[in-house]
Structures are given as C-alpha cells and as structure tokens.
Design a protein around this ligand. Sequence first.
Ligand SMILES: C[S@@+](CC[C@H](N)C(=O)[O-])C[C@H]1O[C@@H](n2cnc3c(N)ncnc32)[C@H](O)[C@@H]1O
Length: 247
Amino acid sequence: MNNPSDKKDAQDLNTYEGIAEFYDELMTKGYYNYDEISRALHEIMSPKTQLMELGVGTGLVAELLLEHNSDYSITGIDNTEKMMSQAKERLGNRINYELQDITKLDLENKFEAAFSVGGCWYFIDNGKDHDLELCSHIDDLEASKEGLRRVVDHLESGGVLALALQAAHTNYSKKLDEELTYSQEIFKEGEIFTKRYLFTKPSGVVAEQFYRYLVLPSETAHSFFDELGCDPVGLNPTRHFFVYKKR
Ligand SMILES: C[S@@+](CC[C@H](N)C(=O)[O-])C[C@H]1O[C@@H](n2cnc3c(N)ncnc32)[C@H](O)[C@@H]1O
C-alpha cells in the first residue's frame, strides 16, 4: 500500500474502535511485558494511591497494578468506547471510568499520580546511547500540549507522571494462533507516522485500523513539561518509565 491517507475517509482515524475486539489477543501475546511493567509502576507509584491512567484501554495494566495493591484508586480515562467496555467487563467497579478525550479532560478531583502505558503518551526507547522520543496518540501538536496541560492541572502539587518506554515501531507480521495473524506497517512523514494495525484470518481481513502519531524529541517534551511546572525525575531503575514530578 502506498499512501495510508487513502484510507482516512474509509474509516475513523485515531481511535481503537477498529481493532478493539482483537486488542487483548495481541497485547497478551508478548506485545508488552505487563508483569514487568506493572511491577515497575507499582514501585514508582507507592505510597501514592490516587491514580489516573491516561488511555486505560481494556484495563490490562490497571488489573495487574491492583494485584500489587488493592488500595489503589484508579481512574481510567479513554476515548474509545469499545476499549473501555472491555475494561468494565474485566474490572467492574474495581476502578473508575471516564470516557473522555484527554485533550478535553475535565474531572472534579485531583490525583497524586498519572501514568500511561502505550496510552495517550509514551516514550520511544531507541537504545541506551540514544535520546528518547515522546510519542503522542494525539497527532496535533497544540491539542497534544493542551492534553498534557489538562493532565498536569489534574495532578496535586508533588504529583508524579510516569510515561512508559517502548521499543521503536517496525514493520512485522506475527501469527497469534492457528488462524489469526497480526501485521503492522509504519509510514513516516517527518514528525508524524501512521501505523496500520491489521488482523487477518485465512478468510481475509478481520480488523484494521490506521492511527497517526506525533513524535517529538525528548528535549522538546522536557521543555513542555517545564512550562507546565513539571521537573524530569528521570528513568526508573528498570528503564520501563520516564518520570516527571509537578513542582
Ligand atoms: C495502545 S492502547 C494502551 C491501553 C493500555 N494502557 C494498555 O497498556 O493496554 C492506547 C489507548 O489510548 C487511548 N487513547 C488514545 N488517544 C486518546 C485520547 N485523545 N483520549 C483518551 N484516550 C486516548 C486509546 O483509545 C487506547 O485505548
């Protein structure tokens, strides 16, 4: 396929609606190591308990975090209804749900900490000798900054923001079971890249989604966070998260 933008009119861009049904199948077969991630996150969050998850998805991280400490009060934010309904099935009333676009985040209470694992924002880890890059699920720069501003507004002073690291995106294809194959393709256009998520069975395509991401150098991210009143704390010891703290 040459130009993924051809597809933009054919389906909603920048939502997980198109692939929500197959999301867990992909994620729990090695896409992320949720056990390691949740352990590292628990160490960062403790002893704070009032938490916001930015892009809770189907609740995979929240579920494991609650196994580390059932006293966590987690508010899961997401704007994809089909993802959140799976989180509700998984977790029932063990967390709170807010079906909101993070760029318009508006909640009554403040939180001690916020985190995102492949959610609204995360860092791309290009290896130990290279700088990180901030990757945003919000492809418009001003909207992404507005989302960050709103997240920081919802943090208490001294509050922590932890954004997970993940490897750079590549093109690949992988069998998930006898029938189901997952493939992804990356189309780069400067600081934007479009990712095509594709699930196929022998009968043909069963799910597809295009998502446009914005990528920024970590220095740019740090200066946004500085403007918002947050200092970089740095990488956690296991290199799963980059942490900021609100002044
Ligand atoms: C890759 S999933 C990560 C889900 C979960 N954290 C996990 O580890 O499985 C990204 C999630 O971020 C949500 N998301 C993306 N942009 C968003 C926005 N502007 N507002 C709220 N949620 C958003 C998507 O709907 C999706 O559920």
